[in-house]
Ligand binder design. Structure first.
Ligand code: SF4
Length: 442
């Protein structure tokens, strides 16, 4: 139990914002840090506060600031702490009345935050809103796309990851509840849904005793008219089923895109990371997906410098990246997180070697990304318009199904027509930049 400091209203382990001691009618602003999963939590927090009679405003006009923090790795923690300090400074200057800290960092280090940072009014942990009632969220995304969270916490126990410890037991949302939210969004004119969760491929194992993502996707397709893209974010390789590949390959509304962190390829590391998959099975899975979804785009991430990673293991990874040619790839250096199994593992790798390996892998991917980008030149893509390019007549920014919002690149669309956010257009690609594409509407 976290100890309560006298000048802090609440230091609790779960958030129940609408019952906080905030007199009604407060002007509330939120700063969301971290991933899209946090964003959905922020949307629900705001939805509940709005229902309780508060006004949701831009941070510039807020009296009460809520910062929804992230503590996934060291950089995320630093960003969260810096943001809290900036908000406390605004409070000192009289520009804010209250500062509330929520999210993973608050959940994990609530006691330390209460002790170290003067002026925080409440510390509330990770909200657990995965109830099956559909809350009217205050959506923080543009009107044409949305994130829908289908499960909370993680079914896995990767040895390097603190998330399951922070978020608690894995739980899926009922199919009916997901469908109700999706139907509402469809009715509201949303065009693209991004399904999220720590591991969406484990969806349903708790509720239905079997992996049920493919079933959910088929049901979603049936109830949507406006929504033309359904995108899968955060798959766990050991849980990808044949049925899921089947529905991805054959259902036009499911984007031919998947974000599936592999983390490593060496058997030794996959074992010590507790990933539940071998080198051979990983390779087979990627080959199957490539064969059955030939025009697909696979985003993955790897971790370098995990305890025990030898030069040989790293070379194996480098070789795999070179051969497999992932369309999109990110690399993280291993971050030693308290409370994880890997924290005490022997063979911790020096920061210098970690950085060196990261740079080598990123360089390897650079030329692959260049070729991938060039391969789009001359192709016709269906593009969803996000916004007008600032200050440029006849140029809009959009994305193809191969680009997730906020993570991947954009398509610069040249057109003589006036377009609006949420329009779909056909674009002939004429040029490829490092991350973005350029094309003309046809
Ligand atoms: S899949 Fe592994 S790395 Fe990802 S959230 Fe779950 S435990 Fe953490």
């Amino acid at each position: 139990m976290i100890k309560k400091r006298k000048d802090i209203d609440q230091v609790v382990t779960t958030a129940d914002f609408h019952k906080e001691r905030l007199s009604t009618g407060q002007k509330i602003g939120v700063i969301n840090l971290g991933c899209a999963r946090n964003l959905v939590d922020s949307q629900e927090i705001l939805g509940r506060l709005k229902k309780s009679g508060h006004r949701i405003v831009d941070m510039a006009h807020a009296d009460v600031a809520i910062v929804n923090t992230c503590s996934f790795v060291a950089d995320a923690k630093k960003e969260s702490i810096d943001t809290i300090i900036e908000l406390l400074e605004l409070k000192k200057q009289g520009k804010l009345k209250k500062v509330i800290v929520a999210g993973c960092l608050a959940q994990r280090y609530g006691k330390e935050l209460a002790e170290e940072l003067q002026g925080i009014d409440a510390i509330v942990g990770t909200p657990s809103f995965l109830k099956n009632d559909v809350v009217d969220q205050v959506y923080l995304t543009p009107k044409h796309f949305a994130y829908v969270k289908i499960c909370e916490s993680c079914y896995n126990r990767c040895s390097f990851c603190a998330i399951p410890g922070i978020k608690g037991k894995f739980s899926s949302r009922k199919i009916e509840s997901v469908l109700e939210e999706v139907k509402r969004l469809d009715k509201a004119g949303v065009k693209e849904i991004n399904l999220i969760g720590q591991d969406i491929t484990a969806y349903g194992v708790d509720l239905y005793r079997e992996k049920s993502l493919a079933r959910l996707l088929r049901e979603m397709v049936k109830v949507t008219d406006n929504i033309q893209w359904i995108r899968l974010l955060y798959a766990f390789p050991a849980h990808v089923t044949d049925d899921l590949i089947e529905v991805m390959a054959n259902e036009p509304k499911i984007c031919k895109y998947i974000d599936m962190p592999l983390q490593h390829i060496s058997d030794n590391l996959l074992l010590s990371m507790n990933r539940g998959i071998t080198t051979e099975k990983t390779k087979k899975l990627i080959n199957d997906m490539r064969q059955r979804i030939p025009a697909g785009s696979l985003r993955t991430t790897f971790i370098v410098g995990m305890p025990g990673e030898t030069e040989e293991n790293f070379e194996e990874l480098r070789q795999y990246v070179r051969e497999t040619r992932f369309e999109k790839m990110g690399v993280f250096v291993y971050s030693r997180e308290e409370g994880t199994e890997a924290f005490d593992m022997a063979g911790q790798v020096s920061e210098q070697i970690k950085k060196k390996r990261l740079n080598i892998l990123m360089r390897e991917q650079q030329s692959i990304s260049h070729d991938v980008q060039q391969s789009f030149v001359g192709r016709k893509l269906k593009v969803l318009i996000d916004e007008k390019e600032d200050g440029s007549e006849g140029i809009y920014l959009g994305r193809s199904e191969y680009d997730a919002p906020d993570v991947d690149g954009s398509v610069f669309v040249h057109t003589k027509r006036v377009l609006k956010s949420g329009d779909f257009v056909n674009v002939r690609i004429t040029d490829a930049l490092e991350y973005d594409l350029v094309g003309h509407e046809e």
